[in-house]
Design a protein around this ligand. Structure first.
Ligand SMILES: Nc1ncnc2c1ncn2[C@@H]1O[C@H](COP(=O)(O)OP(=O)(O)OP(=O)(O)O)[C@@H](O)[C@H]1O
Length: 262
């Protein structure tokens, strides 16, 4: 199955899932999914509503732990280490595998504090000057610095939706993650703000392993190099984005990308 589900790559995967099942109570939402995420490519998860994209994404940083009825089976590794092992510190894991949500969710604090919060709780800054640098570097990487550098003490919630989403990306970046998971990060944004996030994803590629859930197939085609198509909780096909969109191997993938259902 691994051969079928993972595009060829020479580097070891940053994250690897093997035989993953997810249940909400009795109901199974993910069925026997195996897939690798590598460092150099943006990976997109696509598929019709309810197919399990978000559920599977959330297994990658144990976000499903916060749902009482959720149960995850199978193996998921980060640099070869089982993230569901008892010895795994989940707070550290979520710093290493950061997440950006559908709706921008800045803290009701200043722009500066939104970015400084994570580094502070993880003890990443040695003093004020160091923290200032982390905040500046994170905001620069998130493409927001020029717009906010003169008002770092303003509330993060006073920014536009697109700026808030870039602030959330800066917040994820500030703790120096290795992987960034994005769950439909543009679905609450207008086309201009969406284009900025897509540009940003291009710029961040290679520095972080990026996985994006999107219901927008054009977006998947624009931002990703690998695409995984999910249907009814199964991974139907995973390959190079170009191949998935121009020469899908599975009938169900073809039906979805040609708009036959979805
Ligand atoms: N907290 C939960 N409790 C119970 N069932 C859930 C929960 N979250 C998701 N589900 C169910 O799991 C299945 C997969 O949902 P999920 O949100 O992962 O799909 P999705 O592909 O991301 O959908 P969408 O594109 O609509 O966000 C659905 O049947 C959904 O109803």
């Amino acid at each position: 199955m691994t051969e079928l589900n993972s595009p060829q790559t020479t580097a070891p995967p940053k994250m690897a899932a093997q035989g993953v099942n997810v249940f909400y109570g009795e109901k199974q939402a993910i069925r026997d999914v195996s897939l690798d995420v590598d460092m150099d490519n943006v990976t997109a998860f696509i598929g019709p509503s309810g197919c399990g994209k978000s559920t599977f994404l959330r297994t990658l940083n144990r976000m499903n732990d916060t749902v009482a009825s959720a149960r995850v089976e199978g193996l998921i590794t980060l640099d070869g280490e089982n993230i569901y092992d008892r010895s795994m510190d989940v707070v550290q894991l979520r710093a290493r595998v950061g997440m950006v949500f559908q709706k921008p969710n800045p803290f009701p604090k200043s722009i500066y504090e939104n970015v400084a919060y994570g580094p502070r709780i993880h003890g990443l800054a040695s003093g004020k000057a160091d923290m200032d640098q982390i905040v500046e570097r994170s905001l620069k990487r998130a493409g927001l610095w020029e717009e906010v550098k003169d008002r770092l003490q303003d509330s993060g919630t006073a920014l536009s939706g697109g700026q808030q989403q870039r602030l959330c990306i800066a917040r994820a970046i500030a703790v120096d993650p290795e992987v960034i998971l994005m769950d439909e990060p543009c679905s609450a944004l207008d086309p201009i703000a969406t284009a900025k996030i897509e540009e940003l994803i291009h710029e961040l590629r290679g520095r972080y392993a990026i996985v994006i859930v999107t219901h927008n197939m054009q977006q998947a085609a624009r931002v990703s190099q690998r695409t995984a198509f999910f249907h009814l909780g199964t991974l139907v096909e995973y390959g190079e984005t170009d191949q998935i969109f121009t020469a899908p191997r599975q009938e169900r993938t073809k039906d979805y990308i040609t708009g036959r259902y979805g």
